[in-house]
Every structure is written in structure tokens, then in C-alpha cells.
Write a protein that binds this ligand. Structure first.
Ligand SMILES: [Zn+2]
Ligand SMILES: [Zn+2]
Length: 437
């Protein structure tokens, strides 16, 4: 088991630099998720962006962060903020984010804590650290300039999910843009990111080498499949991530020509209510309000039983790792008129991936064969290969640092495309130090 040892000496060098710009990934350099990166220049201005974990089994943690005064958190996914309570309790680091990210952080930490207890993996922080971190948030509006030592910086909209931000930094010598997780395409929920002029661009590369299908075509394919299930008298079970995906799915279904009875279960309900309190984050708040209002919210055991008769059930967990979705699947698996429609990335080792590849998955500890139709749809809100390349081009970046990417599969094709544009491409590995002069 990989244990996080907070007493371990940080991999970050303690000596300052006298010229140029230095960066060092504690995690998330050569992998998707688990992000934490320190940037510093010759003026001794420095910050940590993101401090998450990878919710794999066992979870993966970034290297220990050194004592640092300021950290900017790009968005509220656990792979970007999962280790923030440790950071704050160990170093009293000031936390910076958008209002939505800060207001949803407690829910994300509590869920992470709950899952670690169920799975039996220790966390490096406890509930008190999470509660205390809540008061460490400094809230920032998009495009409003802030100061940090010799730098000025602001947040820009990143697309991806509500509250997601890119970090735009002006140092005395360089303009730096950190993409966070981003998408330049609009989703139902949020507006896409716009390129910003930058000398150095830190860009996520989750989908390097892969392009997404046209979003409208994929929505239509999805709706026709839902229609087919309902017409034959079945229920479509749609496991969806609580943050972003489940809201997208509700809006797609409610905005269609289908007249459906939709039941909505899991943590997404609370997240949706928080999103509706932050309407400035949403591309079309009234569409979300309408879709959420029309869905039947499942809040009790008897509601859950009633939902088994629904046309559609939208529920967490998105990767069929526990949550109500697994309970539903266990009940629905007896009737072949029912279907399972997966709507997100299914990570290695998850129930969803096993179902896709082997037609079975663990249900309450027992590997159970599932004799139902299973389909997958691509509703990703990460930029695909072409969007990534265009974004780097439009930012006019001289240097692009590719992170949050699989260094074996996704990073090589992205590197190749960017090199063809004459861009200096950097492929950082975790716990290594790099300087751009
Ligand atoms: Zn991420
Ligand atoms: Zn994300």
C-alpha cells in the first residue's frame, strides 16, 4: 500500500534561483490527476497550484509540499483539491479559488473521507483539518487582478465544470498561463475557455492523441438509445459523476423531444443546488433549474424502490464504484429490457471498466455477471487533441509544459503536434525540478 508520509522531506529544492523560472511537479506531471505543482522565479515569488490525490485503489498522493504561503486551486475535483486539508493544517497555507470551488470543497472532502473509511485506506488528514481549511479560502472573481509578491495574477474561465479556473500570471519577465482541467467547447453547463496570450503555458493533456465526437451528434445518439430502452418497457440506468456530468445529462434529457420520467439520486443533487446558488458560473442557469426541477429527487429507501419503475435513473457513482448506481444495477440486472449507459471515463480497476470489458463487476463484494446491454457515451469536458493544439497555438506560447496526461499514451502524440508548430515542449516527470531561462 502506498502510504502518505507527511514527515517525509519534500522533493522541492530549498535554495532559491537567481535567474529564470522554475517549476516542480509534486504529482500530476506524468499522470492524470494527483496534481500539485510549485512555480517560482528569481524574484523568490512562488506558489503551489492544486494539491489533489488520485482516487485509485490504493489512492495515490503527490509528494509532500514544502512550507508555502499561497496555493491556488483550479477547481473542485478531488484530483486537484483532495490533499488541501493536509496542506492547510501542516503549513497554514492561504487557499485561493473561485466562490463555487470554495463553497463545494467541504462536500468533496467529506465524500473523500467517507470513501476512504469504506475502502479502508488511511487519509493524511482528518475531519477537523477539513473543517479548518474551510476558513482558509480567499475567494476571487474571474479576471480581477491580485498581487503575490512580485507577480500579479487573475483567474480565467476554464470551461470543464462550474468554478473551474485557469491561472493567468504576469511575472516581471514572463506571462504564464496554467490551464487547469479545461475545455474550449461549451458544454450544457458551462462556457468554454478562451485562449490568453502567454509565454509559458502549462497545459493539461488528458486527451492527447484523441478527438471527441461532435457533441450534438453524441447527444442525439444517446437520446435515441434512451428512447429505444423506454419503448421496449425498460429502464435506462445512467451512472454519472456528481459534479458536472449528472447535470449535463439531466439537461440533455429534459431538452429533448422525449417525455421521460427521470429519477435523480446521489450527491449530484446537493451539488446541483450549490450550482444554482452560483448562477454566474452557468451557461444557462434556467435550463439547469428547469431540468433539476422536473427530475424526481430520490431521498429515501422507498423513493429508491419507486425509481426502479422509472424510464431513466441518473445516479452516482459514475464509475460504478459503490453509490446508489450499484444498488440499482443489482435490482435492474434481472430484466433484459433494462440498459446501462456509461457517460464518463471509466478508470482502470473500477466497476465500470470491468463491466465494459468483462461483462461483470463487484456488487456488494461479489463479482456478479451482468447480462444487460451496456453502452458508453463520450460527454467529456476536457479539450480533445485538436482543441489542445489550437489552444496552445492561439495562446502563442513559446514554451508548453504538458501535465495531467499519461506520459506513455497521450503525451507523445500531443508533443509531436506541438513540435510541428515550432513550440518548445516540456514533458515533466514528478519530483523533478526544471528551469526555463
Ligand atoms: Zn483532473
Ligand atoms: Zn477536473
Amino acid at each position: 500500500m502506498v502510504m502518505y508520509n507527511p514527515t517525509r522531506i519534500t522533493s522541492y529544492p530549498s535554495d532559491p534561483i537567481d535567474k529564470g523560472f522554475r517549476y516542480h511537479f509534486l504529482g500530476g506531471g506524468e499522470e492524470v490527476g494527483n496534481v500539485g505543482c510549485i512555480i517560482e522565479d528569481y524574484t523568490k515569488s512562488k506558489l503551489l497550484f492544486d494539491y489533489g490525490l488520485a482516487p485509485t485503489k490504493p489512492p495515490k498522493y503527490p509528494a509532500a509540499a514544502p512550507k508555502i504561503s499561497d496555493s491556488i486551486i483550479t477547481h473542485a475535483h478531488i484530483d486537484h483539491l483532495g490533499m488541501v486539508p493536509w496542506l492547510n493544517s501542516s503549513h497554514y497555507t492561504k487557499l485561493h479559488a473561485t466562490a463555487f470551488t470554495s463553497s463545494i470543497s467541504k462536500l468533496m472532502w467529506n465524500d473523500c473521507y467517507k470513501v476512504s473509511k469504506i475502502e479502508g485506506y488511511p487519509l493524511a488528514w482528518d475531519k477537523r483539518d477539513a473543517a479548518e481549511s474551510e476558513s482558509a479560502w480567499n475567494i476571487h472573481e474571474y479576471n480581477k487582478i491580485n498581487e503575490l509578491d512580485d507577480w500579479t495574477w487573475c483567474l480565467r474561465k476554464a470551461g470543464h465544470i462550474p468554478g473551474a479556473a485557469m491561472i493567468d500570471i504576469q511575472t516581471p519577465e514572463k506571462k504564464i498561463l496554467i490551464s487547469g482541467d479545461f475545455d474550449t467547447r461549451n458544454s450544457r453547463l458551462v462556457e468554454g475557455a478562451k485562449p490568453q496570450k502567454a509565454d509559458i503555458l502549462f497545459m493539461e493533456g488528458t486527451y492527447g492523441g484523441k478527438n471527441h465526437p461532435n457533441r450534438k451528434d453524441e447527444e442525439n445518439r444517446f437520446l435515441r438509445e434512451v428512447e429505444r430502452v423506454v419503448e421496449r418497457g425498460g429502464t435506462a440506468l445512467i451512472p454519472s459523476f456528481a459534479m458536472g456530468r449528472s447535470q449535463d445529462i439531466l439537461m440533455i434529457l429534459q431538452d429533448s423531444d422525449l417525455d421521460l420520467e427521470i429519477h435523480y439520486d446521489g450527491m449530484g443533487k446537493t451539488i446541483t443546488k450549490t450550482m444554482l446558488n452560483h448562477k454566474n458560473e452557468l451557461l444557462n442557469p434556467s435550463a439547469l433549474e428547469f431540468a433539476f426541477g422536473r427530475s424526481r429527487k430520490v431521498s429515501s429507501k422507498s423513493d429508491r424502490k419507486k425509481a426502479l419503475e422509472a424510464d431513466v435513473i441518473v445516479s452516482t457513482s459514475g464509475m460504478l464504484e459503490g453509490g446508489p448506481a450499484v444498488w440499482y444495477l443489482n435490482r435492474l440486472r434481472m430484466d433484459k429490457r433494462n440498459s446501462v449507459f456509461l457517460t464518463g471515463y471509466q478508470a482502470e480497476g473500477t466497476g465500470g471498466r470491468m463491466l465494459l470489458e468483462k461483462g461483470r463487476l463487484p456488487i456488494f463484494g461479489n463479482i456478479t455477471p451482468i447480462d444487460l446491454e451496456v453502452k458508453r457515451f463520450d460527454f467529456s469536458t476536457h479539450a480533445g487533441h485538436d482543441e489542445l493544439v489550437n489552444f496552445a497555438k492561439e495562446c502563442k506560447a513559446e514554451d508548453v509544459i504538458l501535465y495531467h496526461t499519461d506520459h506513455k499514451t497521450s503525451r507523445p502524440p500531443l508533443t509531436k503536434s506541438l513540435l510541428e508548430l515550432g513550440i518548445n515542449v516540456h514533458n515533466p516527470m514528478n519530483r523533478e525540478t526544471y528551469v526555463i531561462e
